[in-house]
Design a protein around this ligand. Structure first.
Ligand code: SF4
Ligand code: SF4
Length: 407
């Protein structure tokens, strides 16, 4: 995207933002496109450029219950060839194996050819010494001596309080001064009011938020984006497809998209939506299937922001999707483990499929396959999971709905 296209995208964005004005504090200007590579954005006024598409390592391909490392190697080779050189892992992903996988696969490339983001699991750390132990362990697992981007993971009102008590920011700032972290930020799951407090507390280099066309209003992502933009904090986007839901939708919503652009994937609309926001630096996608990666590379090569007409197509599709009655779970699994063994995201996934395809027999079969212990009907409403859900889903109530749907 050249400068003229970029400026056009900002004007287009204004048409997309009728509720309140989007700040013009643009922190992520477009960089010059290279042929065959994904578009990049400049980090503030530096020479550093970041690919608009980042390789998320939370939902890696699996084989026989383990990370399928050979497929990851192949995907990383494709990604690197197309300029997708931003990789995002975390202590919790794949039970700690995502960091090992990042280390094993990325160490085959020159360190300066890729950017690695990792995160401090604030909820897991028990003491300041624990924070230091985890950080050192992460460097070792990832086989690096510095992180390009490092985040306090999943901040909310509770974890922020804990991070302050353990002086996590102060420790990580020291690591930044020592050159072990290049950019220091945080990922976030809570209300805009909490975000404002955290964003004001330190001179953050970036922040990672959940942003997509469904959450723009229902999760108040728009307010979050505006808070960060006004403070000049570049945004990294997680959940652009809301755990994959916006790649499939329901038949009615899908039909809206395919009628308007038969050759474009449903997912590409969601990626272009977030990419059209000028303060978005990078959009993370967990590309379990290689065809997801190649489709996303296509979307972000010579990236085209949405036109006003395309934005109204999204509004129409979104209306059709919201009528389906699905549960807005992203399958992040933060609510697990449940003390009695209920497989919360799987119950919601089965229910959502039923709401989308209306096939009751398939719902009954999938629900039975879960087994008694994992089924929604085993929930004893203890409420433990509800506190951990970043989407604020009333999990016990929704599980009752799932259990009641069984014929
Ligand atoms: S409310 Fe239900 S699903 Fe949630 S933790 Fe308790 S028993 Fe498990
Ligand atoms: S219910 Fe909430 S915490 Fe659990 S998987 Fe879904 S979105 Fe994540």
């Amino acid at each position: 995207m050249d400068r003229r296209d970029f400026l056009k995208s900002i004007l287009t964005l204004a048409a997309f933002a009728p509720v309140s004005r989007i700040s013009t504090a643009v922190a992520a200007p477009a960089a010059q496109d290279s042929p065959g590579k994904v578009s990049r954005r400049r980090y503030k006024d530096t020479d550093l450029t970041i690919p608009m598409l980042g390789y998320g390592m939370m939902r890696l391909p699996r084989l026989n219950g383990e990370i399928d490392i050979e497929t990851v190697r192949k995907q990383v080779a494709i990604a690197m060839k197309h300029g997708v050189n931003y990789f995002d892992t975390a202590y919790f992903y794949h039970g700690g194996e995502s960091e090992n996988c990042a280390g094993e696969v990325l160490s085959q490339y020159p360190r300066s050819s890729y950017m690695l983001a990792d995160k401090m699991p604030v909820s897991r750390a028990r003491s300041a010494a624990d924070v230091e132990r985890i950080f050192n362990e992460q460097l070792k697992k990832c086989k690096v001596d510095y992180f390009d981007f490092y985040l306090l993971h999943a901040l909310n009102a509770g974890t922020w309080k804990k991070a302050q008590r353990l002086k996590v920011y102060e420790f990580l700032k020291k690591k930044k001064d020592e050159g072990k972290i290049r950019h220091l930020g945080f990922s976030f799951h809570d209300t805009p009011e909490v975000l404002q407090k955290i964003a004001n507390a330190h001179p953050w280099d970036f922040a990672q938020i959940q942003l997509n066309y469904l959450d723009w209003t229902i999760y108040r992502s728009r307010e979050q984006y505006e808070i960060l933009t006004k403070l000049g904090i570049p945004v990294i986007v997680m959940e652009p497809l809301r755990g994959g839901a916006l790649a499939t939708l329901n038949p009615q919503a899908r039909e809206v998209f395919t009628r308007n652009a038969p050759d474009a994937s449903v997912a590409s609309w969601a990626f272009r939506y977030v990419g059209s926001l000028p303060n978005v630096l990078c959009i993370l996608s967990g590309m379990t299937m290689t065809e997801h990666l190649t489709d996303n590379i296509k979307t972000f090569t010579n990236f085209k922001p949405l036109s006003p007409a395309e934005r109204s197509v999204i509004t129409t599709a979104l209306n059709a999707y919201q009528k389906s009655g699905i549960i807005l779970c992203t399958s992040c699994k933060y609510c697990l483990p449940c003390p009695v063994g209920v497989n919360i995201p799987e119950n919601f996934s089965i229910y959502n499929n039923f709401k989308i395809n209306g096939n009751r027999q398939r719902f009954d079969r999938s629900y039975a396959r879960l087994g008694k212990k994992q089924q929604a009907s085993s929930c004893v409403s203890c409420g433990l999971c509800k506190k951990k859900c970043p989407q604020k889903i009333d999990i016990p109530a929704m599980l009752k709905k799932v259990a009641a749907a069984k014929s």
